[in-house]
Design a protein around this ligand. Sequence first.
Ligand code: GSH
Length: 214
Amino acid sequence: MSEYQLYCFAQSGNSYRAALMLNLIGADWQPVWVDFFAGGIQRTPQFRSDINEMGEAPVLVHQGKKLSQSGVILNYLSKLSGKFKPQGEDEEHEAMRWILFDNQKVNGYLGPFRFLRNFATPKGDPAVMAFLKGRIDGNLAILNKRLEKAPFLLGERPTIADLSLVAYLYYPAEEFGFDIRAQHKAIGPWLDRIKELPGWGHPYDLMPGYPLKN
Ligand SMILES: N[C@@H](CCC(=O)N[C@@H](CS)C(=O)NCC(=O)O)C(=O)O
């Protein structure tokens, strides 16, 4: 058995943060597929009692610990590996600031938008989609502005803040119905810089369950 197990599924950008980090630090890990769509396994009482009371993926299992919330997982792995780790208290706070902003305002809107557009039945109500799209545009512009200043969010080197913010941004543009790289010019080159890191993999390759079998 591998040192780490990650409960995840290919369509989950939230899980991708953890899968990408594990791959980039060269961890010995294996995915455990969460049958999210057809099975709704994350909503079962058993998943909630045995795996994660919050009913969410990702969950990282390591040395008898079960960790959820991708921001916590990123922080845990950066401390253990020493990689992508913010240096010093100010950088730690700065990384946490971007991770919280990401969870709530960037991928926190992009994830549900993509879900409602591609996977939900019925599809998202147009008024809801328009609301989410407005928020996404505004918050990606904030990310873009930050990335105009430096190659990575905290400066010259990539940290867990970058690995959080990329969560949904490598999925195909067709799944969003708009081209993030074309609209936000600093985001594409930043995604390419992260893509060049040894161990990078696409979410559909790193995690199981793609393509979806319906
Ligand atoms: N803030 C959490 C978000 C996790 C999350 O929402 N995961 C989704 C999958 S992408 C989930 O499991 N949702 C539960 C559900 O919709 O039943 C994180 O970063 O880990």
